[in-house]
Design a protein around this ligand. Sequence first.
Ligand code: NAD
Length: 504
Amino acid sequence: MTSLAHFEKLAGAIKLPHQAIIEGRLVASSTGATFDNISPRNGQVINQIALCGEADVDTAVASARRAFEDQRWRKLHYRDKKRIMFRLADLMERDLEAIALLETLDSGKPIRDTTAFDVPSAIRSLRYYAEALDKVHGEVGPETSDRFSYAVHEPLGVIAAIMPWNFPLHLTMWKVAPALAMGNSIVLKPAELTSMSALKLGELALEAGVPPGVLNVITGKGSVAGKAMALHMDVDMLTFTGSGPVGRMLMKYSADSNLKRVSLELGGKSPHIVFKDCPDLDAAAAHAAFGIFYNQGEVCTAGSRLLVEAEVHDKFLEKVVAAGKGFVAGDPLEPKTNFGAMVSEVQMKSVLGYIDTAKQDGAALALGGNRVRAETGGYFVEPTVFDGVMPDATIAKEEIFGPVLAVTTFRGADQALKIANDTIFGLASGAWTSDMTLAHRCARELKAGLVWINGWDACDITMPFGGFKQSGVGREGGVEGLKTCLETKTIMLDQMPAELELSV
Ligand code: NAD
């Protein structure tokens, strides 16, 4: 039986990863510089992490390039690649509790979520792509008498992955597993706020038998190490999850360097629509609260705009507020805690700033609105609901990336869909209705990469994930996720003319 005391003891005993991983070795940065790793749980510095710079990125990219060119990973039989990836999954399972602890210490997420979701989900994604790696085939062209055409897939080469801090390991595996499965080499940079689970992953990959140089992990600042990766002339692809402003910079860096492929998973301001004929208001309220308060609202698919039809507004708001009260800020290391800390002081202040703006704009505060547990030194903001939010208000337009729900009332489907689509984002969306025709209309007309009908946040590695509009470029997940890591080569064999054949 686990307890706060158990996890506190483990946190004191466990070795906290802090060195980068290049060419299969755990190394300090080339200058020896480090940066403070602060736990949002209590604002304390818990260790020092290697502050990698351009020189370290160069070394890591060179290591990844060597591994790719000598084919130490790519040439392995697919059965061997699969065996090694499954072994890595088994090692992650062996160390699940320790990895979950690192993730919680770094990010402030509740330990019950990191043990029940983040790490198991990363393991599932790894096994999914290990299982799929021998199921990606090329194609054969139409039959002709004079030519045989076919297309094959080849790994891209060196893939640089730059990660956010909200689901550090879970999202890392969406990139690392398909890249590995398809035979690429990787330089991975976790967000500077959450480096430890990626470092642990790199160590376990070596233990599992992934050859040195195939998975390198660089830690440090985005504006230095991340930028150097994005501008690097020997990186073939950049895969990024994070904010829109950084995503834009990465496209420029690609254009300014070698036109490396760029795949972007960016932000959202997702509309969650509740129609008056919602089949189950209690279930919808539970999903609406989960959709914005899970992971402290630090979720790219957070249902941050709740659109409620006027006829059910009062009743529904009451239920959402009641459901929101079920998320209670607590010590992330306490296994009962279901609502943890914001990832950093900066993020906490940003969220509190949005709350102030909403108040000034005249929205009605229906729940929360404050920093809590300040005495712990941690960065906690309570679940917050604003009602009467105008569709063009700041908190209805901008991604807050925190536990702040904006409730807007609408009349009729036309207005709901208009408000829902009036955004620069297009990641997720959802609608609750008993009317199949209306459900299909929403599925067709919502401009988003994900549409959930009578549910919320049902993500599954087997299906494509990604955004319309400014929410991203490309898709992860499913077989599409594998194809992102591949080049396609078309080969045409012309039949030799008869006279040439004779002269041979
Ligand atoms: P961020 O963009 O600030 O940072 C993401 C990564 O980019 C970090 O590793 C950072 O070091 C790096 N970076 C920063 N500046 C850089 C630069 N100039 N060059 C290269 N790299 C640089 O994002 P964040 O604050 O870590 O994450 C929150 C954002 O991520 C939100 O907008 C959220 O919606 C989005 N997100 C999207 C998804 C998705 O799948 N669509 C998932 C999670 C998070």
